[in-house]
Design a binder for this molecule. Structure first.
Ligand code: NAD
Length: 499
């Protein structure tokens, strides 16, 4: 038992419908096409953050399960690499159809284990499925190249091969999409997989395993081990000498640890790490559009997103009006159990997250910020935090240099383009930046000046399966999705053939 659960008197119960959806999910370790208990027989709790109730227990994997999983992935790699691209494509396409056919049920499971409102969970299920559809189309487009050496004496024939067994590790905030964004291209490329989802939200990923089997994925290609102690499973995979690649989404701190381990075996590495997104509003922006952009970039997933607007820089003449309008929008949102109709903002994922958000708000206020709305947790069970707007935030406040991961929008006034460029780039991270301006030249100029992997120009949403998602600096290595997404799972080989 790894999750301490406090039952508060009068806590609203998880609905029977949600519990029924959760009860359908297989909760063992999934190795070589079979579900079983973990080697130790231990299980860990999954908690509904809206009610603080234990909703399921899941097999708690350890080193022995990890060993079996990576050996299965290693055993079938060669055979899997030889399958027809069309076969891999069709498995992904069938999985896409199955996910969409079960969109409501999967969304309910996700809401119940993670907290996000049901409508957002449905959106994530569709987004997650889309990675399978996208990569089903890419599986049959893995190309190569052919050329002649400069002296005309040799042919150069370039082919692409699957990189080999992959270690996939994902976070809790997008429980399904973070998995499909890796599993989709791995399957399309012909790689086998050992997969460890986040222990706070294992159920969505476990449901995915059954879907892929139903879609026809051969035994051993996907192995899923959940655990309450990540390193007890992931470290044996990294040290196995069998895995050839690691693809990780999560915090920069853990990403760095995995890169150190990957270095020991010179493994290919893709890292989708933290962010500290600047959201910049110039005085010439359409302010209402900027406010809507901020609602999307800040409130999606209760602010628990690597892409969340973390620092809202607003040009001084419109800063007050922007903060007021944003506060009006956020204060009107309904906070509650994501499974209930009409909820806009669900709970944070766990109590620890709530404590951190409150500390960051308190620090900003101590350093001179004004609370325009919110600023505290509502009096009710569940890990809820009220949507919050802070005005006149000092650039020295802790939330300027840390991921807030909560529904808190700090507004920082600025004067000039040069100043905001310097402030926006003054962070180790470089995932995404948002810009609101009606000046085309400024939009391009600022888009180029921001040290990030992705820019939203007059939009608060950048994530899309057709786009190369990823960051620079401490935000990671590599890209997921788009045309390049599959390349992360392919190796180049060339043959020199005399003419
Ligand atoms: P986390 O780094 O704590 O955990 C991520 C995963 O790593 C989990 O599965 C966890 O169990 C596992 N893990 C933890 N310690 C490990 C270890 N020592 N060895 C191997 N695996 C280990 O992050 P989190 O709290 O789950 O997620 C939030 C973080 O993820 C934020 O920093 C957020 O910005 C980032 N994130 C990034 C992206 C992106 O695409 N760039 C997307 C979503 C989330």
């Amino acid at each position: 038992m790894t999750t301490e659960t406090t039952f508060r008197k009068g806590a609203p119960a998880t609905s029977q419908r949600a519990l029924d959806a959760v009860a359908k999910v297989s909760t063992g370790v999934f190795i070589d096409g079979e579900w079983s208990d973990s080697a130790s027989g231990a299980r860990f709790n999954v908690v509904n953050p809206a009610t603080e109730e234990v909703i399921a227990t899941v097999a708690d994997g350890g080193p022995e399960d990890a060993r079996r999983a990576i050996e299965a992935a290693g055993r079938v790699q060669k055979e899997w690499a030889k399958t027809a691209p069309r076969e891999r494509s069709e498995i992904l396409r069938r999985a896409y159809d199955l996910i969409m056919a079960r969109q409501d049920e999967l969304a309910l499971v996700m809401t119940t284990e993670m907290g996000k409102p049901f409508a957002e969970a449905k959106g994530e299920v569709a987004y997650a499925a889309e990675f399978f559809r996208w990569f089903s189309e890419e599986a049959v487009r893995i190309g190569g190249d052919q050329t002649t050496t400069g002296d005309g004496k040799n042919r150069i024939l370039v082919t692409k091969e699957p990189v080999g067994p992959c270690v996939l590790v994902t976070p809790w905030n997008f429980p399904l999409a973070m998995g499909t964004r890796k599993i989709g291209p791995a399957i399309a490329a012909g790689c086998t997989i050992v997969f460890k989802p986040a222990n706070l939200t294992p159920l969505s990923s476990l449901a995915l395993a059954d879907i892929l089997i139903e879609a026809g994925l051969p035994k051993g290609v996907l192995n899923v081990v959940c655990t309450s102690k990540a390193s007890s499973v992931v470290t044996p995979w990294m040290e196995s000498g069998i895995a050839r690649k690691v693809s990780f989404t999560g915090s920069t701190e853990v990403g760095v640890k995995l890169l150190e381990q990957a270095a020991q075996h010179v493994m290919r590495s893709s890292m989708e790490l933290g962010g500290n997104a600047p959201f910049i509003v110039f005085e010439d922006a359409d302010l209402d559009r900027a406010v809507e952009g901020a609602v999307a970039a800040k409130m999606r997933n209760m602010g628990e997103a690597c892409t969340a607007a973390n620092r809202l820089f607003v040009q001084r003449p419109v800063a007050e009006e922007f903060a007021r309008k944003l506060a009006e929008r956020l204060a009107a949102l309904t906070v509650g159990d994501g499974a209930k109709d009409g909820t806009d903002v669900g709970p944070l994922v766990e109590e620890k997250a709530l404590v951190k958000v409150q500390e960051l708000v308190d620090d900003a206020v101590a350093k001179g910020a004004t609370v325009v709305c919110g600023g505290s947790r509502p009096e009710r069970p569940g890990y809820f935090y009220s949507p919050t707007v802070l005005a006149d935030v000092d650039p020295g406040a802790d939330l300027m240099s840390q991921e807030i991961f909560g529904p808190v929008a700090p507004v920082i006034p600025f004067d000039t383009e040069e100043e905001v460029t310097r402030l926006a780039n003054d962070t180790p991270w470089g995932l995404v930046g948002y810009l609101f301006t009606q000046d085309v030249d400024r939009g391009f100029r600022m888009g180029e000046a921001l040290e990030v992997g992705m820019v939203g120009l007059n939009t608060g949403i950048v994530s899309n399966p057709a786009a190369p998602f990823g960051g620079i600096k401490a935000s990671g290595l590599g890209r997921e999705g788009g045309r390049v997404g599959i390349e992360e799972f392919l190796e180049y080989k060339y043959m020199a053939v005399p003419r």
